[in-house]
Design a protein around this ligand. Structure first.
Ligand code: MN
Length: 480
């Protein structure tokens, strides 16, 4: 990569990359990877993953140099003098995370959460540290076979518990699927091998089937006369496995092993496509989700539906714009992609980036407020779950909460003070208990009283990390 350079970067940016590669090669000199390859193959592979995300030249240089402080005599000062402060700061951030990882390597998962928190806080200054760490982990997972069994398991568990949710939360689905598949491969080698062979056994048949589905959909969309790009979308091994576990079914009974993705230019056209698909093929009841009107927390947007193309022939369909697709693939990394495109960036794209940054800030805020590492980890897991409910405020604003949230969670989500002074709640104009489980479409109104304060038993039913940490904080500051 460093030799043939990176096509999306200006030629002025190529020279520093070449220098970083040479520097890294010299610094790691005789070192070898566990598999016997020269060490520099690792930072090179990491930089290549970062280049696939179209990250800026600074991040790629940091990728090439990311292990020199940790594994060689090179100091931060030398890196700064040679490559500038930004590169040095990112490499230092990654080095800190590596050291924390080693410190907690043999301890229980609850203690790893502490590491996790520090890691996130460290990156508040620069998300590129996290992106680099994810790329580093992805290459380490690819080459994990060279390590002893026990280490393979520990690293795979850590990947599954910490890095997969993080990649998902940052909206980086490409990396997420790679990391999850690789973890499964080492944690459940038999399951993985079996699924891999079963999926490749009927691959040809599936491909023919998908091709037919794509053709059928293409022909019903043709009259719309709008820009459309349809592609078949094979499912990853881990997502098929999760489906088997969730539905408690053997591989043979899992229906939609692959799906179809339709990309177009505008939101309007997405809905036009949806309507054409639904009027030509029977939708499977309850399968439709509109993530365009109501995006996921990680800003993912798309229409999802499942249709029966012919009796028993079930196909999952995703419909979105090219821009939504790019955000789905690259997540937070899209920020630096857009930076590169410069003045062509639209306001919409900037808003997206700001929303991402808001998410990061909010996450860091509650991480700092909670002192119990177990709580942090549970909280992260909650934050990362797919299941959400959408609840209206009396003014008609939509609040997005994890499934199982209560009026107390809702109150804290609206405002901390509303949470603290909450004494009762009405849902759809009827009084409910404070531990009532909100469902999508509920309109929730909080009743307050001056001088009201949180109750300890709220901790038994609140669902969101935000409410939990605010209540805990209150009792720490106001011990009975
Ligand atoms: Mn590394």
């Amino acid at each position: 990569m460093a030799q043939n350079a990176v096509s999306y970067l200006s030629s002025a940016a190529q020279e520093p990359l070449r220098r970083a590669f040479e520097f890294s090669k010299r610094a790691h000199a005789e070192q070898l990877r566990a598999g016997g390859d020269p060490f520099v193959t690792h930072p090179l592979a990491v930089a290549k993953i970062l280049s696939e995300l179209h990250l800026d030249a600074v991040t790629l240089q940091a990728g090439l140099l990311h292990d020199v402080i940790e594994d060689t005599q090179v100091t931060r000062e030398e890196l700064k003098a040679e490559f500038g402060d930004e590169v040095a700061a990112i490499v230092e951030g990654v080095t800190k995370i590596d050291r924390l990882e080693q410190m907690v390597a043999d301890r229980a998962i609850t203690e790893q959460a502490e590491n996790w928190r520090k890691m996130l806080i460290a990156t508040a200054k620069d998300v590129r540290v996290i992106l680099l760490k994810l790329a580093d982990r992805r290459h380490n997972m690819e080459t994990l076979g060279a390590l002893p069994e026990q280490k393979r398991r520990r690293i795979s568990e850590e990947t599954l518990n910490l890095y997969v949710p993080l990649a998902q939360r940052l909206g980086m689905y490409g990396l997420k699927h790679d990391l999850a598949d690789l973890s499964l491969k080492y944690l459940e080698p038999q399951v993985y091998a079996e699924l891999e062979s079963k999926m490749s056994a009927n691959r040809e048949q599936r491909e023919v089937h998908l091709k037919t589905s794509v053709d059928k959909i293409e022909s019903v969309l043709k009259p719309l006369n709008i820009p459309i790009h349809i592609s078949a979308r094979p499912k990853s091994i881990h997502s098929v496995y999760r489906k088997m576990l969730r539905q408690n079914k053997p591989f043979e009974e899992i229906q939609d092993l692959s799906g179809v993705r339709i990309l177009t230019d505008t939101v309007e056209h997405c809905y036009a496509i949806l309507s054409a698909v639904h009027s030509n093929f029977k939708p499977v009841p309850d399968s439709f989700t509109d993530y365009i009107a109501i995006p996921k927390n990680n800003l993912y947007q798309s229409l999802h539906t499942t249709v029966e193309m012919a009796p028993g022939d079930i196909v999952e369909v995703q419909i979105r714009t090219e821009e939504m697709h790019s955000i789905a693939e690259y997540g937070v990394a899209a920020h630096w992609r857009y930076k590169l495109t410069g003045p062509t960036s639209t306001q919409g794209k900037r808003d997206t980036v700001e929303a991402k940054m808001d998410w990061l800030k909010a996450t860091l805020e509650w991480l700092e407020e909670s002192s119990d590492p177990k709580e942090v980890l549970d909280g992260l897991k909650t934050e990362l779950e797919f299941d959400q409910v959408f609840v209206f405020t009396p003014k008609g604003e939509v609040k997005k909460l994890p499934a199982g949230s209560t009026p107390v969670d809702f109150a804290f989500d609206v405002h901390t003070d509303l949470g603290f002074s909450c004494m009762g709640a009405k849902v759809n104009d009827k009084m409910v208990r404070l531990d009532y489980k909100l469902v999508s479409g509920d309109r929730c109104e909080i009743q307050t009283r001056k001088g009201q304060h949180p109750h300890k038993d709220w901790l038994d039913f609140v669902r969101t990390p935000r409410a939990r940490s605010k209540i805990r904080k209150y009792f720490r500051e106001n011990p009975a």
